[in-house]
Write a protein that binds this ligand. Structure first.
Ligand code: FS2
Ligand code: SF4
Length: 577
């Protein structure tokens, strides 16, 4: 296997024997084979659209869901990957049939008029039939996967193009995650869906061998990322209201308990509805902490009682100690320990072999009764701290809440009480160098504000930064999940408008912790907006070859965080660098 799509990759170069995330070589090969299959489906979807042949929404739904399944820490279940491959080829065959039946103007893709691609035939010309897939041994599939894996391409491709192509590929994984989350909430944006297919098709075309065209696709991917984030923001806020600043308990409360982790608000809502009146309390974990800020959840469901534990990578400890049942709705799942394997459930695109999975067709409500039943069998919390000793954190400062106090922010800047704004957040991970982000946050001066989002916040979310002196503004502002980067972009754009400048003219520094591919699409979106001097860390992406990194750094002034010297980064950021 070879995989370097995420920050925690082995030795900062690539996972080759087994993933740091727990991905086996078999799963890695099936993911490569799936990506190749999705490229084939996307080529036909893009070709059909350009020829005016109707592409059913289920094609885009599969592209989004299956692409999301290949994102770091989402799905580790080989059978599910085989299922996605089967479905991709079945939809692809149907689409090819439709195109051939219609009178098309351009030559229909055939093995002879397509550019050479990898060791298998071009994705648009490659068929794998269902009976072969059913009967194939894992060894056969792994061999087939090898011929389309990165392992081959990274030794044969131009290094600049390779790095940029991988950046686009991982950006598309992040984009597909947004589109899929929105679709679960009943919304989709046809333009964004069509872009995903077009970008996959681009990666299979001769045009992708041109640096200018590839850089243009990097930019277009960022533009689509913004639309995808906006779509998800709309899906969340139209369904559950605009988040409001909300105090969230982080110490135990007596009662039976379910812990819900991941990012999915629809699952959170449905679980809350199904646990109403059962005596089971619902606790959020990780990226679901911001769920407490949504009016349609917090006002209707008093048994949404608090947040338990920290970032995803601590789940082995957090889940083992939690006295109830657990539901993983999206990434990041790690290998379940035996101490809680019989009380953790997955849903949606998340999977771990042998772990109970709760599913329903897209748009239908899932039945959580096995999870609720499990929680009833568990002791739940039997103790809680005495009245007055419970601890709380505050979440819910999404764009509406922050823009509601924009006047105060502008006044604070004009009167000299607010000198600088930091956005420190993104993903978290287990490496010791990630302490850098907590150190930078703690070093922010008193006359500065600290916006945060994503699971990166758990490095400092419970530190007391107090209020911005002489203002009614808190210094620490939790804007939500990694998925809520759109909120931060809207706030920065509005502030720039008020001050008659662009985002680069604001006293604003972005110091982003990255781990997986949603962080890649957020970065591409910011680069599309021409935001300069962004820091990412704790280290540079392994997939950006030195040549590709040089191009990106030169074009966008991107900086790599100096994880060993947070104080130096702080000085530079305060100086606007
Ligand atoms: Fe955190 Fe993990 Fe949010 Fe990322 S829970 S690193 O994949 O999506 O951020
Ligand atoms: Fe390694 Fe990350 Fe790939 Fe997992 S997703 S195999 S940790 S690079």
């Amino acid at each position: 296997m070879f995989c370097y799509q995420c920050e925690q990759t082995t030795k900062g170069t690539g996972c080759t024997t087994v993933g740091v995330c727990g991905k086996t070589p078999e799963t890695a090969m099936l993911q490569d084979l799936l990506t190749y299959s999705l490229k084939g489906l996307a080529c036909w979807a893009d070709f059909a659209r350009r020829q005016g042949v109707e592409v059913p929404q289920e094609v885009y739904s599969l592209l989004n869901a299956a692409t999301f399944a290949t994102l770091t820490n989402v799905n580790f279940d080989d059978d599910r990957f085989k299922g996605y491959i089967r479905e991709a080829h079945s939809l692809r065959d149907e689409l090819e049939h439709r195109v051939r039946e219609a009178c098309v103007e351009e030559p229909i893709p055939t093995p002879t008029n397509l550019p050479w691609f990898d060791l298998l035939s071009h994705p648009a010309a490659w068929h794998i039939n269902a009976s072969f897939l059913e009967g194939a041994s894992m060894g056969q599939l792994v061999e087939m996967g090898k011929s389309v894996s990165l392992e081959h391409r990274r030794h044969t491709m131009d290094p600049t193009l390779l790095g940029l192509h991988e950046m686009i590929t991982y950006g598309l994984r992040g984009l597909a995650a947004y589109s899929h989350h929105a679709e679960v909430l009943g919304e989709h944006d046809r333009e964004v869906d069509e872009f995903l297919a077009a970008a996959y098709a681009f990666l299979c075309s001769e045009a992708a061998l041109d640096l200018g065209a590839t850089l243009d696709m990097v930019d277009q991917t960022g533009a689509a990322g913004l639309k995808g984030m906006k779509l998800l923001d709309h899906a969340h806020t139209s369904k559950f209201g605009h988040p409001e600043p909300t105090q969230v308990r982080i110490t135990p409360k007596r009662g039976k308990a379910i812990l819900i982790s991941g990012h999915d608000l629809q699952d959170t809502h449905d679980l809350l509805a199904q646990t109403e009146g059962t005596g089971v309390n619902v606790w959020t974990h990780g990226e679901l902490l911001p769920a407490h800020g949504y009016p349609a959840l917090k006002k209707r469901f008093p048994h949404l009682v608090g947040n338990y534990g920290g970032a995803w990578y601590r789940q082995g400890k957090d889940f083992a100690e939690f006295p109830g049942a657990i539901l993983m709705t999206t990434n990041c799942i790690t290998e379940p320990r035996s101490s809680y394997r019989d009380r953790i459930f997955t849903t949606g695109e998340v999977g771990w072999p042998g772990v109970a999975h709760i599913s329903a067709p897209l748009g239908r409500t899932k039945d959580y009764s096995p999870l609720i039943q499990k929680a009833q069998e568990m002791p739940g919390f039997t103790h809680e701290p005495p009245e007055g000793e419970a601890k709380f954190v505050t979440t819910g400062f999404a764009r509406n809440a922050v823009l509601g106090v924009a006047g105060e922010v502008v006044k604070a800047v004009q009167e000299g009480h607010l000198k600088h704004i930091f956005l420190i957040g993104g993903c978290d991970g287990s490496e010791p160098e990630r302490r850098y982000f907590g150190k930078v946050a703690d070093a922010t001066p008193q006359d500065t504000m600290l916006l945060t989002l994503g699971c990166g916040k758990f490095r400092f979310y419970d530190h007391d930064y107090g209020m911005l002196p002489n203002t009614p503004l808190p210094r620490l502002v939790d804007m939500g999940q990694c998925n809520d980067a759109y909120s931060a972009i809207v706030v920065a754009s509005k502030l720039a408008e008020v001050f008659g400048t662009d985002v680069n003219g604001l006293p604003l520094s972005l110091d982003l912790s990255w781990l997986e591919q949603k962080a890649v699409i957020i970065l591409l979106s910011l680069l599309h907006l021409n935001v300069k001097n962004i820091r990412i860390g704790p280290k540079a992406p392994a997939f950006l070859t030195p040549e590709a990194l040089q191009v990106i750094v030169g074009k966008y002034n991107l900086k790599i965080a100096d994880a060993k010297h947070p104080e130096e980064d702080m000085k530079a950021m305060l100086a606007g660098q």
